[in-house]
Design a protein around this ligand. Structure first.
Ligand SMILES: Nc1ncnc2c1ncn2[C@@H]1O[C@H](COP(=O)(O)OP(=O)(O)OP(=O)(O)O)[C@@H](O)[C@H]1O
Ligand SMILES: [Mg+2]
Length: 316
């Protein structure tokens, strides 16, 4: 690990077995302070198990983890906030009652609880439904209150297990904006798991896990560059002319209906093709590889030499 990186969470060779099943199989990574870190993987990959270990709720079989270089459970619990995959607040209490009741577990007197509640209420925009019973909130509002609960004790790092799963796109955006805001303006490190690839696109760093093992890690642009194809599509007026031109250039292409498809074109090459065929191009499109492509490739595809290179090149 580079010495100039300020690491808040370090995970080393974590292993957790349930009977014969190795749910977490030698997982190592670190999270930089103040960053937005996304932990991705399909169902059953080992995401929740990893989070449960890091949050001291589950004991690993081997390996270790550190918050700010310390691995004492009591210290760690004081530094982290956790939002679980399932909502845990009391359905029959209002938002305010839920938060103040929980807050009293962390803060010893009513005045401090009230002050903290007032801060959190503003940060997470809870005013409009603070007196509503938890059970009557929308899915997105419930998640906001769960985040508020996790923030009550002023954590340095917030760990969220699928905070946006099951929400409609609008509510997902709101929750995501809140987390981005906490990261940027309150300097809280965000560690989350998600199934939504487009969300991972906005993370600072992504780790992808499958069947307990890390299969890829990097920034979203590094991962896309490595695993996702850019596609350059041209629909010509005259197919024969374009076909002959591409053959002459020895540029590999595929034909789908009236489209000519060139994978991972160099920018200069694409410009040249368009220029040389100005009069013959009916339409063209450059489609960038997405995090979806990355996920499909690393989760469904076999780990290839590229992945091994990536693993070797990364100290994380
Ligand atoms: N307490 C447990 N006892 C036995 N097996 C478990 C237990 N908890 C998890 N597992 C198994 O460990 C594997 C990893 O589960 P985990 O919940 O960590 O996956 P996940 O990545 O969080 O999946 P999801 O996206 O569905 O939440 C799964 O095969 C799961 O069935
Ligand atoms: Mg899970």
């Amino acid at each position: 690990m580079a010495s100039d990186i300020d690491v808040i969470l370090q995970v080393n060779s974590l292993i957790k077995k349930f009977g014969n099943l190795v749910a977490v199989n030698d997982v190592s990574f670190y999270v930089e302070r103040g960053s937005f870190f996304a932990f991705l993987g399909p169902n059953g990959a080992g995401k929740s198990t990893t989070i449960n270990i890091i949050t001291t709720l589950l004991k690993q079989d081997s390996g270790d983890y550190y918050i700010n270089g310390k691995n004492d459970d009591f210290y760690i619990r004081n530094k982290i906030g956790v939002v679980f995959q399932e909502n845990i607040l009391d359905n029959f209490l209002t938002v305010k009652e839920n938060l103040c009741y929980r807050g009293a577990l962390y803060l010893k007197n009513d005045k401090l609880v009230k002050e903290r509640y007032d801060e959190i209420r503003v940060t997470l925009n809870l005013e409009e439904f603070e007196n509503t019973k938890y059970k009557n909130l929308s899915g997105g509002q419930k998640r906001r209150v769960e985040i508020a609960r996790a923030l009550f004790a002023n954590p340095e790092i917030l760990l969220l297990d699928e905070p946006t799963t099951g929400l409609d796109p609008e509510s997902r955006k709101v929750v995501w904006a809140i987390l981005k805001d906490l990261q940027k303006n309150n300097n809280i490190t965000i560690f989350l798991t998600t199934h939504y690839m487009e969300e991972a696109n906005d993370a600072d760093f992504v780790v992808i896990i499958n069947k307990g093992k890390i299969v890829a890690k990097g920034t979203p642009s590094e991962l896309k560059q490595q695993y996702a194809k850019d596609i350059f599509k041209i629909i010509p007026k005259n197919k024969t002319n374009l076909k002959n031109y591409l053959k002459e250039l020895a540029l590999p292409f595929e034909r789908v209906a009236d489209q000519f498809i060139i994978e991972n074109p160099e920018t200069e090459q694409a410009i040249k093709v368009l220029n040389d065929n100005k009069d013959n191009v009916k339409q063209f499109e450059l489609i960038h590889g997405s995090m979806d492509d990355v996920f499909i490739k690393v989760v469904n595809g076999k780990q290839d030499t590229k992945t091994e290179n990536l693993e070797n090149n990364k100290s994380q």
